[in-house]
Design a protein around this ligand. Structure first.
Ligand code: NAP
Length: 246
């Protein structure tokens, strides 16, 4: 594929976890990938080196998705270095498990700033800057269906992402851009594992009928489908990817 034909993707929160595996997946499909991160500069630049050594086109861009100005710059730099954006994967997110009554104002605001406003910020840019025929995938969570104690604020921030997804898909009428969300169950990354005992991890792993935790690759495969021509007719949907958990 020549540079002229190469499609361009932004993956937010791609320094680690699910996002890093999505970046590898999209690069292996021939997309040029902008690897966004907020703090993990070393991980992001190692991933860029890995992808370039494999013959792919990749850059790392530090930007806090919660900050509208940062997100504008994320698109500016991607356009300048890779070209106009075709695929936006809104993967960046945080999870703090804590009963609602124990949430501070700061933690409530941080969760909504990154998970919800972060998605809003990139969607707003994408509305005018994504190529026609593009693909957008947002990140919700299967906890929206489980309503687990301790997850109220996180679930609320992700339920809002589901609403943004469904309405934005309609607002892009006429552009041939699909907007979907994936809603993973527990995936073995730092976000899920941090702060949990081995017993708690095993209890989560036993919950779905397929009796294991998800791996980042399980989610990256679904992203690969959603950005492929095979998913041309999938739009405005929330795809729960969780081994049958809910
Ligand atoms: P993770 O391993 O903790 O990785 C999170 C990524 O998001 C990191 O690359 C981090 O970058 C980035 N990030 C955090 N805050 C950011 C910000 N303000 N701006 C830009 N990037 C930021 O998490 P994960 O498990 O891969 O989760 C990815 C997505 O899947 C999240 O939206 C999460 O809610 C969702 N999800 C995960 C699970 C699960 O069980 N793991 C289940 C359902 C849904 P830095 O390190 O550079 O800050």
């Amino acid at each position: 594929m020549t540079t002229e034909q190469r499609k361009v993707a932004i993956v937010t929160g791609a320094s680690r976890g699910i996002g890093a595996v999505i970046a590898r997946q999209l690069a292996s499909q021939g997309l040029a990938v902008a690897i966004n991160y907020a703090n993990s500069a070393d991980e992001a630049s190692r991933l860029v080196v890995e992808l370039r050594q494999a013959g792919h086109q990749a850059i790392a861009i530090k930007a806090d998705v919660a900050n509208g100005e940062d997100v504008r710059r994320l698109f500016d730099e991607t356009e300048a270095k890779l070209g106009k954006v075709d695929v936006l994967i809104n993967n960046a997110g945080i999870l703090k498990v804590l009963p609602l009554a124990q949430h501070s104002d700061e933690l409530f605001e941080q969760t909504f700033a990154i998970n919800t406003r972060g998605t809003f910020n990139t969607l707003r840019e994408a509305a005018t800057r994504l190529n026609d025929g593009g693909r957008i995938v947002n990140f919700s969570s299967s906890t929206v269906g489980l309503n687990l104690p301790g997850y109220a604020v996180y679930i609320a921030s992700k339920a809002a992402v589901e609403s943004l997804t469904q309405v934005f898909a309609k607002e892009l009428r006429g552009r041939n851009i699909t907007v979907n969300a994936v809603a993973p169950g527990p995936v073995a990354t730092e976000l899920f594992l941090q702060g949990k005992s081995e017993e708690q991890i095993q209890a989560f792993a036993k919950m779905p009928p397929l009796e294991r935790l998800g791996q980042p690759e399980d989610i990256a495969q679904v992203i690969a489908f959603l950005v492929s021509p095979a998913a041309d007719w999938v739009n405005g949907q929330i795809l729960r990817t969780n081994g049958g958990l809910v």
